[in-house]
Each structure stands twice: as structure tokens, then as C-alpha cells.
Design a binder for this molecule. Structure first.
Ligand code: PEP
Ligand code: MG
Length: 326
């Protein structure tokens, strides 16, 4: 298998009927960077900037943040990188961050974009570091745990202010800035067209989205086998998002664990996803599946099965059957 994955590394990432699907990796520390070249992925779809904060003993200074972002871009050698603004709170605690009190429901609490909009100094410092590190190239930035579109507007104001500030001091700025939102809170599902219009791209955080749609703690092992992301209701959610992206011509990608398992990656591609981001170790297995996938047949499978009333064999079994028959 390893041999096969190595062989596939430089092969185009297309289905048997010639549809290209971009496979990207999730990363977060400098040690992850060599994996980009080793895996043959086309870029970094999720760079978790909070990891630098989690391994530090105090808030990393602006220069230290900027250095990491420069290293990331250098290692990427021109491949696209999507940085995510710090996603702390919830399951990601910083022992030195005294303002974050114990919470009754941390997953639903003061975290991610909620926290950084309340502590704009944190966000401003990070954005300045990113703008400087991305001088002369494109900056792709996405915001975690967006719940309302107003949060995007607020973040954009902070970004615009930093751009103005840096240009006043004749800094080398990014050639363009693409701002995206992570879709991990169900409220966004009911304002999809507005969301798609408000951003340059959307990235589905399926770990959190599944947790919130199914009301199931993502870290609770008692529940981890009980509900299936490859069940009809959740697949319909994922399809609704992909359709809204196409309708609005807004690129949609998915960067949760779901993208890393061949059977679920297959489902995502069948639902319309053309860009998925996963841990580097998954690139080989997913690419092996993808290059053998007759996509038109899978699309026909979903047309027959996804809108059908939920009954009979579970969707996972049907999908497994589809894969086994090919
Ligand atoms: C997700 O929620 O799916 C995601 C990619 O972000 P994280 O796992 O870092 O919360
Ligand atoms: Mg998340």
C-alpha cells in the first residue's frame, strides 16, 4: 500500500471520469510542514494557528507568530495555505490565559471568533503578523465558529484597519486577501446564500458541525459510535452546503476528520465537494479511492438514495456496497 501511495503522489487527483478534486492537508506546527511535499497534497487547507499558542507558556509575541507564518509559506513553495485565526476555548485551553474562566459548557462557550472579537488585541496582533508574513502573495484567512454574519463584518473591520495601518508605514502587503468562514455552527445553515455572498470561501468544520447538528459531544467516547456522519440527515446537510456554494459560485471546502476516511471522502465528492483537507497520512488512501471512483455513478446513486425516505439499510452500508461493487 505504501508503495502504491508513493506512486500516486505525483499523479493527478482525478476521478475515473476526469473530475479533479483537490486534496489538501491540515497542519498547525512547523514539524507538520515536510508532510506537504511528502504527501503530494496541493496545499494546506487548514493551518491551525492556535497550536502555536497551545504549546507556548505565554502568548507568542507578534514576531514569533510572523516567523511561523513565514516558515509555513516558505515550506509551501507557492502552494496555497489557508490560515485559521486562533481557535482557542472549548477543548483548546491555554493554561496561561487567565481571563478564560471555567465554563459549564465550553463547547458552546467563549471560544474562537467569539473570544477574539472580545479581545481584539489578540486578533489584531495575529492579523498584523499574517499580513506581514504574506507580503507579496495572497493571504487566505478563515474565521472559526462563525455564528452570525455580523462576526465576519466585525473581523473584516479589524483586518481593514490593520491593512490601512501597515500601508501607511509602507509595508509590503499581500497582493490579495481572501476571507473565509468556517461552517461549524448550524445557525449558518439557515442563511447560506447570505453567508456565501459575505465571504470569499467557506470551509466546513465537520467535527464541530456534526457535534452541534446531532447534539453530541465530539470528545465523549460513550457516544462516539452511536451516531454516524454518513447518515442521511447529516449527508443532506453537507449537500445543502455544497449546493449553496455552487449556486453562489463561492468555493466550498471541508476540513474535518470526515475528509480523511476513504469511504466518507467518497461520499463528500459524490455530494459535490471538489476540495477537501485532511491529515497528511490520509492523502494516500483517499487518493487511491478517488482515482478509482466513477463519479457519475456515485452521483446517480445519491440521486436515487439521498432524498428517499430514511428507512431500510443505513446509508453507510449502502455507500460501502457501492464501493465494494466497483
Ligand atoms: C472542525 O471542527 O471540523 C475543524 C476542522 O476544526 P477543529 O477540529 O480544529 O475544531
Ligand atoms: Mg472546529
Amino acid at each position: 500500500r505504501q508503495e502504491l501511495y508513493r506512486e500516486l503522489r505525483n499523479k493527478p487527483s482525478v476521478t475515473t471520469d476526469g473530475v479533479r478534486v483537490d486534496l489538501l492537508i491540515n497542519a498547525g506546527l512547523s514539524v507538520d510542514l515536510p508532510q506537504l511535499a511528502e504527501s503530494g497534497a496541493v496545499g494546506i487547507g487548514l493551518f491551525r494557528t492556535e497550536l502555536q499558542f497551545m504549546v507556548a507558556s505565554a502568548f507568542p509575541r507578534a514576531e514569533v507568530q510572523e516567523k511561523l507564518y513565514r516558515d509555513v509559506l516558505e515550506a509551501a513553495r507557492g502552494k496555497p495555505v489557508t490560515f485559521r485565526s486562533i481557535d482557542i476555548g472549548g477543548d483548546k485551553v491555554l493554561p496561561y490565559f487567565k481571563d478564560a474562566a471555567q465554563e459549564e459548557n465550553p463547547a458552546l462557550g467563549w471560544r474562537a471568533i467569539r473570544l477574539t472579537l472580545d479581545r481584539p488585541g489578540l486578533l489584531r496582533t495575529q492579523i498584523r503578523a499574517l499580513l506581514k508574513a504574506c507580503g507579496g502573495r495572497e493571504l487566505k484567512l478563515m474565521l472559526p465558529m462563525v455564528t452570525e454574519l455580523g462576526e465576519i463584518a466585525q473581523a473584516r473591520e479589524i483586518i481593514d484597519r490593520e491593512v490601512r495601518h501597515l500601508s501607511r508605514f509602507a509595508h509590503h502587503l499581500p497582493t490579495s486577501l481572501k476571507l473565509g468562514a468556517m461552517l461549524e455552527v448550524p445557525s449558518l445553515l439557515f442563511q447560506l446564500d447570505e453567508l456565501m455572498q459575505a465571504v470569499d470561501f467557506v470551509s466546513v468544520g465537520s467535527n464541530d458541525l456534526f457535534q452541534f447538528v446531532m447534539a453530541v459531544d465530539r470528545g465523549n467516547t460513550r457516544l462516539s459510535d452511536r451516531f454516524d456522519p454518513l447518515s442521511t440527515p447529516f449527508l443532506r446537510v453537507l449537500k445543502t452546503i455544497a449546493d449553496a456554494g455552487s449556486r453562489n459560485r463561492t468555493p466550498v471546502t471541508l476540513c474535518g476528520e470526515l475528509a480523511g476516511k476513504p469511504i466518507s471522502a467518497m461520499a463528500l465528492i459524490g455530494l459535490g465537494y471538489r476540495s477537501i483537507s485532511m491529515s497528511a497520512a490520509s492523502i494516500g488512501p483517499v487518493k487511491a479511492m478517488l482515482t478509482e471512483l466513477p463519479l457519475a455513478e456515485l452521483e446517480a446513486f445519491f440521486e436515487d438514495n439521498l432524498d428517499a425516505p430514511v428507512q431500510g439499510l443505513p446509508m453507510r452500508a449502502l455507500l460501502q456496497g457501492f464501493a465494494d461493487d466497483r
